[in-house]
Design a protein around this ligand. Structure first.
Ligand SMILES: *Cc1c(COP(=O)(O)O)cnc(C)c1O
Length: 460
């Protein structure tokens, strides 16, 4: 199978090339040339283990990989999860199911994609002998998941910039207490925006970039979206047959998670509908209810991993909904970039609903869900329970995707239910020794740090 860019100005590439490149050279995102019909494969997957299902799914896409190598990558990625089912589907009552996506090493759903991406990178490095230095900036969650995807991998060093004192103590420990020699958590003075600006400057230096083979941690890698398709298939077949018309409710920021479900549906998974569940940063809610895609300022919320301004993965959805007209996608993205808004006439994609909640409602939901079901949900997952605020709404079966473990957000949980949520992984971190590096938030300081600590090919 070949992969093309949503902007149509880059040559088609293989799976491994798409994974290695991340973003396409024309600024677009990679997508399969044609979405295959996998309805037969899906139907045969009922009852398979998560890893077996994942392997069979990826075999369709990673056609330039040796199947045994692929299988080993999949097993290495999901073995570290701390639940035998990897993505257990929990029933709260007859109509309400929670798909727990927080049993990975950092207790958030990004582990599904980043564990696999880390193993795919390592496999490519071993095969080509080309080492990489990965650089990213984080306001919290993504950095931790990226670090855990790459820690201990051969031929990779990972450098993550974060604003000193402005990520939660727990998030900082997840980045600084890994004990891995190839991980550099770099605390910089200033805000997340300062970290981002320094990152951009460093990447802007093409000479330096190629000298140390600098690679980005980005949210738009093809392998991430495909890895996320798998748990929709898994969850669908775990539902009792009489509940398979359930709506899948997806707490959303960059549209990556819900896009994966929608792609699985387009490939033949018979999911009926999706709910795009946002917090107060509701660009996607506004889009799905009015057809207007418009940037507004970001207000920090109780669900910080969904605090985004533009949803980077939306471009893939746009490509498919414009029936593969890449010229039109480029034009829309250009207009949107220039004016900060785009109005879609008659925007009514089938199989989507949308919801939005503010911070007060997030707290109220956590309290209600706890009282009603005895279940503690994290602030991101709470956005998926928006329908529970309206007790007069007709009840219908739904699967709510739970994107993080509540123990990651102790202050909000305490405020909502008067007690703490805990997790052994996070408790253990409190005893570990942090290793953090203070580095200036400027290109020169970051570059000299990477030159000192980065990896060279000779090291492999
Ligand atoms: C990243 C993240 C989200 C949003 O996922 P998208 O793919 O950006 O829509 C939701 N919840 C948590 C906990 C996250 O880390």
């Amino acid at each position: 199978m070949q992969y093309v860019s949503t902007r149509g100005q880059s040559p088609a590439v293989s799976f491994s090339q798409a994974v290695a490149q991340g973003l396409a050279p024309d600024g677009g995102l990679y997508i399969p040339e044609k979405l295959p019909d996998l309805s037969t494969l899906f139907a045969e997957c009922e009852g398979l283990s998560y890893m077996e299902l994942c392997y069979r799914f990826f075999k369709v896409f990673a056609t330039d990989m040796d199947p045994d190598v692929l299988q080993a990558c999949v097993e290495q990625s999901y073995q570290p999860f701390n639940h035998p089912e990897v993505a257990p589907l929990v029933s709260l009552d007859d109509e309400t199911y929670v798909l727990e996506l927080f049993h990975g090493p950092t207790l958030a759903f990004k582990d599904f994609a980043l564990q696999l991406l880390g193993n795919l990178y390592e496999e490519q490095i071993t095969r080509t002998g080309e080492t990489i230095n990965v650089l990213g900036a984080t306001s919290g969650d993504t950095g931790a998941a990226a670090i855990h995807g790459l820690l201990g991998k051969k031929g990779v060093r990972i450098f993550i910039l974060y604003p000193d004192g402005r990520v939660s103590p727990l998030q900082e420990r997840q980045m600084t207490c890994t004990g891995a020699d190839n991980v550099y958590a770099m605390a910089i003075e200033g805000s997340f925006d300062d970290a981002q600006a320094a990152l951009k400057d460093t990447f802007g230096d093409a000479g330096f970039k190629s000298q140390v083979r600098l690679s980005a941690v980005n949210s738009i890698n093809l392998a991430r979206v495909l890895a996320q398709c798998v748990y929709y298939v898994y969850a669908y077949y775990r539902l009792p047959e009489s509940k398979r018309h359930a709506e899948f409710v997806v707490p959303t920021g960059n549209f990556g998670n819900v896009l994966a479900g929608w792609m699985a549906q387009k490939m033949g998974l018979p999911i009926k509908s999706f709910c795009v569940a946002t917090n107060q940063n509701d660009i996607l809610y506004r889009l799905f209810t009015s057809g207007l895609y418009e940037v507004q300022s970001v207000e920090p919320s109780h669900a910080p991993s969904m605090d985004i301004q533009v949803a980077s993965n939306f471009e893939r959805f746009l490509y498919f909904s414009q029936k593969g007209d890449a010229a039109r996608v480029s034009e829309i993205m250009k207009r949107f970039k220039e004016t900060g808004r785009y109005s879609f006439p008659n925007f009514a994609p089938d199989s989507f609903t949308a919801s939005r909640v503010d911070d007060a409602q997030i707290l109220e939901i956590i309290t209600r869900v706890y009282k009603r079901y005895g279940y503690i949900c994290d602030p991101h997952t709470a956005c998926g329970f928006a329908a529970d605020l309206d007790s007069s709404a007709p009840r219908k079966p739904r699967v709510i995707l739970s994107t993080a473990h509540p123990a990651k957000f102790p202050a909000v949980i305490e405020q909502a239910i008067g007690k703490e949520a805990t997790h052994p992984t996070l408790e253990a971190l409190k005893q570990a020794t942090p290793r953090k590096y203070h580095v200036g938030a400027d290109k020169a300081s970051i570059q000299s740090f990477i030159l000192e600590h980065g990896i060279r090919d000779a090291a492999l």
